[in-house]
Design a protein around this ligand. Structure first.
Ligand code: SF4
Length: 293
C-alpha cells in the first residue's frame, strides 16, 4: 500500500499534531522523565478500540501527524496495528521510542512510508547514560539507531541536558558520525520526575500549548500538550475528540496558560527526550532555545 509521506504543515487543517501517550510503562527510569515513567507504572485504561476510535476521529479532523509516545510506546501490545491504522487513514506517524528493543515485526511496520522515529541520546559515555536512564541500555539504543539508519527510517534524535558535565558536544558529534542528520539539544523540563519544589508545571510550558496540537493520555484525558498533563479538557472515552477540542473547557484552558512574547524567536523545544518533542514548531519561550544549535 502506498501512503502519503509526512508532509510539512499546510493550511488544510488547524490540527498539526496529536500526541498519543499509549502507556506509562517503560524499561527505563530516567531521572528527568516528564512522565515519571518506569517498569512499575500502570499502563493506562485506554483500550485498543478506544485508540482506534481516536485515530479515526483524528483523521476526520484532518490531524496531520500523530506522535506516539509513552512511557515506552513499543511496550504497548497494539502499537503495530495502531500505526497501520493511522497510516492507512493518511496520517503521518512519529514513534518516540527509547529504542531499547524493537522486534523484527515492528521494524517492518516502522519502515513503511509515512512513519518516522525519534529517540533520545545523552552521552558517548556509557556510565553517563546509565546515570541518567538507570539501566545499561546504551549499546541497545545505539545499535537500533544504526538499524533505523540502515533501513532508511527517518530519524531525529534529541539530546537532553540532565547532568552537570554531561558530554553533550561529544554525544552530538557521535550521532553526526553515525549518520544522524537531525539532532537537537534541550534542557530538562522540571516536570514529572524532574519536578522541583517551588516550580509550577505551567511555568515550564512554552505557552503555545493547544495551538494546533493536543495530547491524549493513557486514560483518555485530553491535554493541551504532553507537558500540560495536570489539566484536562475532557476524556475521549466519554466524548468525541472533536467535541473535546471545540469545548468550553479546552478554550478556557488555553486562556489560562501564560503566553510569552517571543515573536521573532524560533526554537525547537524538542528532545526533552521521551519527553517527546513537546512542540515541534515555533515556541514562545526563548529560554528553551539552545544557543549552540
Ligand atoms: S524519559 Fe523516556 S525512556 Fe526515560 S523513563 Fe521516561 S519514557 Fe522511559
Amino acid at each position: 500500500m502506498t501512503v502519503p509521506a509526512i508532509s510539512p504543515a499546510t493550511s488544510r487543517s488547524e490540527w498539526e499534531r496529536l500526541w498519543l501517550e499509549l502507556t506509562r510503562r517503560c524499561q527505563l527510569a530516567c531521572r528527568h522523565c516528564y512522565n515519571a515513567s518506569g517498569p512499575h507504572r500502570l499502563a493506562g485504561t485506554m483500550t485498543s478500540a478506544d485508540w482506534h476510535r481516536v485515530i479515526d476521529q483524528a483523521a476526520d479532523l484532518g490531524v496531520r501527524e500523530l506522535c506516539v509516545i509513552g512511557g515506552e510506546p513499543t511496550l504497548y501490545p497494539g502499537l503495530a496495528t495502531l500505526i497501520n491504522r493511522a497510516v492507512g487513514a493518511g496520517i503521518g506517524v512519529e514513534v518516540y521510542s527509547n529504542l531499547v528493543h524493537i522486534s523484527d515485526d515492528l521494524w517492518r511496520v516502522l519502515a513503511q512510508d509515512g512513519v518516522r522515529l525519534a529517540t533520545s541520546w545523552y552521552s558517548d559515555d556509557q556510565q553517563q547514560h546509565i546515570a541518567i536512564t538507570g539501566r545499561p541500555t546504551w549499546r541497545q539504543t545505539r545499535a537500533n539507531i544504526d538499524r533505523a539508519l540502515e533501513l532508511g527510517v527517518p530519524l531525529r534524535v534529541g539530546i537532553v541536558r540532565v547532568l552537570d558535565g554531561q558530554r553533550i558536544d561529544q554525544a552530538r558529534a557521535q550521532l553526526r558520525h553515525m549518520g544522524v542528520a537531525t539532532v537537537s539539544v534541550d534542557r530538562t523540563r522540571r516536570i514529572g520526575r524532574a519536578a522541583e519544589a517551588g516550580v509550577g508545571p505551567l511555568g515550564e510550558l512554552c505557552g503555545r500549548c493547544g495551538d494546533g496540537r493536543a495530547a491524549i493520555g493513557p486514560d483518555g484525558e485530553v491535554w493541551l500538550c504532553t507537558m500540560a498533563r495536570t489539566i484536562s479538557a475532557g476524556n475521549v472515552r466519554a466524548r468525541d475528540l472533536a467535541d473535546v477540542l471545540s469545548g468550553q473547557a479546552w478554550r478556557e484552558l488555553r486562556t489560562t496558560l501564560p503566553h510569552r512574547n517571543t515573536d521573532a524567536v524560533e526554537c525547537k523545544p524538542n528532545g526533552d527526550s521521551n519527553d517527546c518533542a513537546p512542540a515541534e514548531k515555533q515556541s514562545c519561550d526563548p529560554s528553551f532555545c539552545n544557543p549552540d544549535d
